[in-house]
Design a protein around this ligand. Structure first.
Ligand code: HEM
Length: 496
């Protein structure tokens, strides 16, 4: 053990972080398995919080402790603020014309500034509150009917549809089933998460790319073609709408409308940096990224939170008690109630600690050679931050790290917005999630409403401990199997 966990010495006397010995050609790819975040967690226990791997030909550093994450994401943030060029981005981001997969530089800075200002600003998030309220209200009605009929509900599916409906209205300005042609956007986005999150051999052993050994390139091409057709149609429709009513170019319109009304105009006029014109491809890349980021992330967090609550009736009861005190049983939860719901806040933190939606964040790439903590990290290394490991580290969370115990946050200042490196479900630094505000408000509201309006139990008298908690790996990690539940409506009927 002492021998294998020694740092790797390079010829020039520099040492790489410790890590397992790589095999010829594939390096350590074979160690990743079906759930890479879990495999990397076990490897890090052996090799330490800064570990080096070779994935195919790509030097890779895996970061697995809050202290190490702070060094990479805060102290040396600029060096690690880029993203590697990967095959998935070529297809899904129109050759990195979006934000998430784009390398660090003036184009990324411009797009990020533009999106945070026009699409994801606090006032924009606030503007769409009535949409969240209406869609959630109609979902509650559907579940209420199922409850009255004694039916089992696929709550993963229902939450997925709800988030899809909300985001459709925000992004496209219309309901999700109105557009057409048997296009199942939710399924396509799930597929994107899987394809974009997969460790694609073509990215790591480029000369094998033409063989497409995992069939990923073929699938990426197929999915991107279907989505491109859909996006073209949406943009055409919005172009007509903008053209027919130029007065309607208000900043609060849906995302596509805002973008189309600025088509062929500079992204950030008066920018000291290079000027970029908004073209059709930019719009398509940005929309696609927004849908993929928005559809999967919040729904995944909500289904994990409900799963943990079902496994821990004590916590479910505590949350319902808080809701009864703050909201009362004669009405539904409003967004304005959220700041008073402190136990809800702890439940969400605890869920994202044990089930971070993106357990490996989105991979970064180092832009220059650098020495960190005495270890040499070569330029163009891939950096993987394993927040799944960090959430389970007993050195950080004490011996009950594996337990779902929201009370651990009582009297604690740990926040989840990227400043406290024990808990960074939205990443941190320049590349941290720009949709955090929207994501958090959606997760808190939907979870609070479902727990407030219904009592939940597992079907067929299943014991909470028997609930399957298996994961499915992708860019985000949802439940492997949908969560099936029975609901009983619990509000008084004269609710508003
Ligand atoms: C619970 C909900 C969400 C979670 C947990 C989440 C998590 C994350 C994480 C971990 C990253 C990578 C950060 C890093 O590398 O440091 C990220 C990036 C990103 N997220 Fe989110 N996200 C959520 C919701 C959203 C929403 C609603 C949107 C937009 C509509 C969004 C848009 C993005 C984008 C565009 C990036 C890439 C940023 C860049 O590379 O500059 N996210 N998110």
């Amino acid at each position: 053990f002492i021998y294998i966990s020694r740092p790797k010495q390079l010829k020039n006397g520099r040492k790489l972080p410790p890590g397992p010995h790589p095999m010829p050609v594939i390096g350590n790819l074979h160690l990743l398995g079906k759930l890479p975040h879990q495999s990397l967690y076990h490897l890090a226990k052996r090799y330490g919080p800064i570990m080096s791997l070779r994935l195919g030909y790509v030097p890779t550093i895996v970061v697995s402790s809050p202290q190490a994450a702070e060094l990479f994401l805060k102290t040396h943030d600029v060096v690690f603020a880029s993203r590697p060029k990967v095959q998935a981005a070529e297809y899904l981001s129109y050759g990195t014309k979006g934000m998430g997969f784009t390398e660090y530089g003036s184009y990324w800075r411009t797009v990020r500034k533009w999106c945070t200002l026009h699409l994801l600003s606090p006032s924009k998030v606030e503007y769409f509150a009535p949409v969240r309220k209406a869609e959630l209200g109609s979902m509650v009605e559907t579940v209420k009917k199922a409850a009255a009929a004694g039916e089992t509900v696929d709550i993963s599916g229902k939450v997925g549809e709800l988030i899809e409906d909300i985001m459709h209205k925000m992004i496209f300005g219309r309901p999700s089933n109105s557009e057409d042609e048997n296009l199942n956007l939710k399924l396509l986005i799930k597929e994107i998460s899987r394809l974009a999150g997969a460790f694609n051999i073509s990215d790591y052993i480029p000369y094998l790319a033409p063989l497409d050994l995992q069939g990923l390139s073929r699938k990426l091409k197929r999915v991107s073609k279907i989505l491109d057709k859909f996006l073209e149609k949406i943009i055409d429709e919005h172009e007509q709408a903008v053209g027919s009513n130029p007065e309607e170019q208000k900043p609060h319109r849906n995302f596509v409308h805002v973008m189309v009304s600025l088509l062929n105009k500079p992204m950030n006029p008066h920018d000291e940096e290079q000027e970029y014109i908004i073209e059709r491809t930019n719009i398509k890349a940005i929309i696609l990224e927004m849908i993929s980021a928005a559809l999967d992330s919040s729904a995944t967090a909500i289904e994990w939170a409900l799963s943990e609550l079902l496994r821990h009736p004590r916590v479910m009861f505590g949350l319902q008690q808080e809701l009864e005190t703050v909201v009362g049983r004669s009405r539904m939860v409003e967004e304005s109630d959220l700041p008073q719901l402190t136990y809800l806040d702890m439940v969400v933190k605890e869920t994202l600690r044990l089930h971070p939606v993106g357990p490996l964040l989105i991979p970064r790439e180092s832009m220059e050679d650098i020495t960190i903590d005495g270890y040499f990290i070569p330029r163009k290394s891939r950096i993987i931050v394993n927040i799944w490991s960090m959430g389970r580290d007993p050195a950080v969370w004490s011996n009950n790290a594996e337990e779902f115990f929201p009370e651990r946050f009582i009297n604690s200042n740990i926040d989840l917005r990227g400043q406290d490196f024990q808990l960074i479900p939205f990443g941190s630094g320049r590349r941290g999630c720009p949709g955090m505000q929207l994501g958090l408000i959606t997760v808190r509201l939907v979870l609070a409403q479902l727990v407030h309006c219904f009592d939940w139990e597992l079907p067929d008298g299943m014991l909470p401990v028997k609930l399957d908690m298996s994961e499915k790996f992708g860019l985000s990690v949802p439940r492997a199997n949908p969560l099936l539940v029975k609901a009983t409506y619990r509000l008084l009927d004269n609710r508003m």
